[in-house]
Ligand binder design. Structure first.
Ligand code: GDG
Length: 447
């Protein structure tokens, strides 16, 4: 069996390898079960000095060998925080105005991609299939080809790809797209992303083609997590505290792409327009802080503190808190269990590659009494989830209406909608995503 080589910016830390937390790691766990596998990337550690003789950390767990390198402070700042998260992330989420463009960061981004290629190339064998992940590593395939690597190399972009008219505001946009030619297979999440990327290829005369490989979750394992979680003492504590009130839930990394201020304003409108719900509903928003040292994320946090404080101060009573707001993560099993006992979920990103929370919410429901999903039209997940209540996340009135509809919908309508959502979530899974990408890559003839 051929070896699969996965390259991602971050390789899961040793303690997370059995139960990974992030979207990408969760999805890939399914992929790597079937293959002998090498997983290469950043260890998550920062190293001192200029990194000239940085060691390669190697260890093996089951069928997977992990090979990692550290990054210097300068590389972390320029490659990871600066160019990846401060420039490419906002641009790919259609927020060019939030880009903090810096040529210095771009140079470090390019050099870290070359470094990754230089350290990976000696570990590769001719028959390997190399699968590079995400926006941190757009040019890595080209860097490998420059080193005469002949193996098959595929690339998957987990986040959206914007229209060329927007993408071209990045000074290196055309070089970046040209670099993608090095890949044998280029995968994106949705038809929209593929159309945008292919339009850019055609404008630039680049003979490459993006294909759609929507990502999913491992629904069986999430559903059993939700069932098992029901015995947790925290679930009983929450239920006692709810005293029969319906629970609305939101779970998102703290990121401006997730539409959190807009969502909270939607909830504010809901309480204003439907005063009968005041004191009669609970909203739990779990928003673990991420990328906390990037300025845009700091100002988002301050904005959220302000809006939550405003809503709680305006509508709260001595015995009722409208928004229960946490900025720390919860264990996966507890999340899944909370999904199961909630009546509605708010998943309203302004843009999202896919959004796995939407799929996890569906997987966690009880067939006899499922909760309703309120979902942004601009999440990749919306393409196949038309039975959710789809909203424009910028429109607080639409969020308020959808929330009211979700909470007042008949049991039979909820079951019909959920059955259809359920079949989608079980049809396109993390495993099927990985299988189809790997199948496409294995069909490519090596040079
Ligand atoms: C990127 C793309 C694409 C969240 N809070 C906690 C927690 N989570 C878990 C969720 C989910 C994952 O993190 C988040 O996945 P998403 O897909 O929603 O979002 P991104 O992290 O932005 O992921 C995205 C994805 O890659 C895969 O391609 O879908 O569009 O942006 O699994 O449940 N997990 C735990 N505690 C928390 O507090 N344990």
């Amino acid at each position: 069996m051929q070896r699969l080589v996965i390259v991602s910016n971050r390789v899961p830390a040793v303690r997370d390898r059995k139960q990974p937390a992030g979207g990408l790691a969760v999805a890939l766990r399914a992929a790597i079960q079937d293959h002998p596998c090498l997983w290469f990337g950043w260890s998550g550690h920062q190293i001192g000095g200029d990194g000239a003789d940085r060691p390669l950390g190697v260890d093996t767990l089951g069928n997977v060998t992990y090979a990692t390198i550290g990054l210097t402070q300068k590389e972390y700042n320029g490659f990871y925080q600066g160019y990846s998260n401060g420039i490419l992330w906002p641009l790919c989420h259609y927020r060019a105005g939030l880009m903090n463009y810096s040529r210095h960061d771009q140079q470090i981004y390019a050099s870290v991609n070359t470094l990754f290629a230089t350290r990976l190339a000696p570990l590769l064998e001719q028959d390997d299939m190399v699968w590079v992940h995400d926006y941190h590593l757009f040019p890595m395939g080209k860097a490998l080809r420059d080193l005469k690597v002949k193996a098959r190399i595929g690339f998957f972009l987990h986040i959206p790809f914007p229209p060329w008219s927007l993408m071209r505001s990045l000074p290196e946009a055309s070089a970046l797209l040209r670099a993608l030619r090095a890949y044998d297979v280029i995968g994106v999440q949705t038809e929209d992303d593929a159309r945008n990327m292919n339009e850019a290829f055609s404008v630039l005369g680049i003979p490459a083609r993006a294909r759609v490989f929507p990502i999913g979750i491992d629904p069986d394992s999430f559903a059993s997590c939700a069932r098992a979680g029901q015995t947790l003492p925290q679930v009983q504590r929450l239920q006692q505290d709810l005293r029969g009130m319906p629970l609305i839930i939101g779970v998102d990394r703290m990121d401006y792409s997730k539409g959190l201020p807009e969502r909270l304003r939607g909830y504010d409108t809901f309480l204003k327009r439907y005063p009968e719900y005041r004191g009669k509903v609970a909203y739990l928003q779990i928003t673990p802080v991420s990328r906390g040292s990037v300025p845009e994320y700091q100002s988002l946090r301050a904005e959220l503190d302000q809006i939550v404080g405003h809503i709680n101060g305006t509508y709260g009573e001595f015995d009722w808190t409208p928004v229960r707001y946490l900025t720390h993560p919860l264990p996966r099993e507890l999340l899944a269990a909370f999904f199961q006992i909630s009546s509605a979920a708010l998943v309203t990103p302004l843009r999202d590659g896919m959004n796995l929370v939407a799929k996890e919410y569906v997987a966690a429901q009880r067939p006899d009494n499922p909760g309703m999903l309120v979902l942004s039209r601009f999440a990749g997940a919306a393409a196949d989830m038309e039975d959710a209540l789809l909203v424009n996340p910028h429109d607080s009135d639409e969020i308020a209406t959808a929330l009211h509809k979700a909470l007042s919908m008949s049991g039979s309508e909820r079951r019909v909608r959920w059955e259809r959502l359920r079949s989608e979530v079980w049809r396109v899974t993390a495993a099927s995503w990985a299988r189809s990408f790997i199948a496409a890559l294995s069909e490519v003839r090596t040079a």
